[in-house]
Design a protein around this ligand. Structure first.
Ligand code: GLY
Length: 458
């Protein structure tokens, strides 16, 4: 209890400091006018989606993105320095009178950028490094789930891959099983091994050939992604989504950072989201408060629906990618004000006065990838056809640069997210695929079954 009281006392002090510092460094903007200066950290499709959503808010005056990409530079100020450079970042916060900072990528959150930003008295949407441990240590997440009685597949942690191999040799674990790297692995640290040989091979290959390894039982069921805004013990569910992690149609091939997504999803309908968040995210938020490491940011729960209900496969400490691309367009009202309230520790009061409103429109994201992804993608190919996208179909840039002669080239594996809305999933999907055909670059490929099984029912 003392820790909770300290946290909230400290929170009030921080808020006062924020208000005072804003007045001093930006007198023209003090007391709420003429708008918020926002900073988005990261440079992929998720950060594009965050900036895109902020750009649609009346309360927003400016948007900076660091390091951003060539597409997001079309409507925001992209400043090309490394977000790992904390000193440079702090200068930027002061010089640009930043009011709100939202951190996208897991590695920035895991290295404690949320803590650095909060010390600069900015409203920050990113948890502390300690609270983010739910993402950067799979073992910690599993321990917390066990402590908080959150249903999760059976698991065991091994300090080294050798110990994990021993458990297989002694038939303590058998295939099929899931092998997970304990730390961050850019979406590539989870392998479902159907045979013993596959498990042994996985333990001999990065990222699971060093450091701690987690074994988990394989469960059958459909998956859903549930993101929630979390401020201490306050948990506000966002619309659920479904993503597609494997590189190939029919969910075959290696895992990727995400090949597409859709929202809403029949696996977890919007109307059930808050109840499921109360069951599967709130206990974790409470456990973190009790440990003196309250969470302030976005908790993403990767869920599987089994015959005995939902179970948690993993937690992430940030917006999902590509889930943000299909859920943020569905959030009504002034998203920037909502983010400031979260970042300042006022989420409960804010949503009591401004309940979250969701659009009933469906959104689908089809990711256009570069040949070679998720291995080494080819880069430097010219992107054509962006000006031929149908109205209301968007190209959310993921990995692009501009050329001196105008236009864009590819710079990474997940090049472009083609995001489209519709009155239902089938319509949104058709429109997203129309867009996916029109945008071209050498070596382009994409899955043809994104949002597939939702078509008939959503
Ligand atoms: N789409 C899963 C993630 O963002 O980690």
């Amino acid at each position: 209890m003392k820790q909770i009281r300290d946290y909230f006392r400290h929170g009030e002090k921080v808020q006062q400091l924020i208000q005072e510092q804003r007045k001093q460094r930006s007198p023209g903007r003090s007391l709420g006018a003429p708008g918020l200066n926002c900073l988005v950290l990261g440079g992929g499709g998720r950060e594009y989606a965050i900036a895109w959503r902020l750009a649609r808010c009346d309360s927003v005056a400016t948007i900076d993105v660091v390091p951003g990409n060539a597409g997001v530079a079309l409507f925001s100020r992209v400043i090309d320095f490394s977000p790992h450079d904390v000193g440079r970042l702090q200068q930027h916060l002061a010089a640009s009178a930043i009011d709100l900072a939202i951190v996208g990528p897991d590695e920035l959150i895991a290295e404690g950028l949320g803590d650095h930003l909060r010390r600069a008295s900015v409203a920050v949407v990113a948890p502390s490094k300690e609270a983010a441990k739910i993402e950067w240590s799979k073992t910690f997440a599993k321990e917390l789930m066990t402590e908080a009685h959150v249903p999760t597949p059976r698991w065991e942690t091994f300090t080294t891959p050798e110990q994990a191999r021993n458990a297989l040799d002694r038939n303590k674990w058998a295939a099929p099983l899931v092998v997970k790297a304990d730390g961050l692995a850019a979406g590539k640290g989870v392998t479902i091994c159907r045979t013993l040989e596959e498990a042994l091979m996985t333990l001999a290959t990065p990222p699971t050939n060093s450091g701690r390894v987690v074994f988990e039982e394989v469960l059958e069921g459909e998956e859903a992604s549930l993101q929630a805004l979390v401020d201490g013990e306050t948990v506000v569910a966002l619309p659920p989504a479904r993503d597609h992690k494997r590189v190939g149609d029919g969910d075959i091939g290696p895992n990727t950072g995400g090949m597409g997504a859709s929202s809403p999803t029949t696996v977890l309908p919007d109307e059930d989201a808050q109840r499921v968040a109360d069951e599967l995210i709130t206990p974790i938020a409470r456990a973190l408060v009790a440990r003196g490491t309250p969470f302030r940011g976005v908790i993403f729960a990767g869920l599987i629906r089994t015959t005995s209900g939902f179970k948690v496969l993993e937690y992430n400490a940030r917006f999902g990618d590509p889930e943000a691309q299909v859920t943020l367009p569905r959030i009504g009202g002034d998203f920037a004000k909502l983010m400031v309230a979260l970042g300042e520790g006022r989420l409960k009061e804010y949503v009591a006065q401004n309940p979250l409103r969701l659009s009933q429109r469906a959104f689908v994201d089809v990711v256009l990838c570069a040949e070679g992804y998720p291995g080494s993608p080819r880069v430097g190919d010219r992107i054509e056809g962006l000006d031929a996208l149908p109205d209301g179909v968007y190209g959310f840039h993921g990995a692009t640069a501009s050329t001196p002669t105008g236009g864009f080239i590819t710079t990474g594996g997940r090049v472009m997210h083609i995001v489209a809305g519709g009155s239902n999933i089938a319509e949104a999907r058709d429109r997203a695929y129309q867009g996916a055909e029109r945008v071209t670059f050498t070596g382009k490929f994409y899955r043809s079954d994104i949002a597939g099984s939702g078509v008939a029912v959503a």
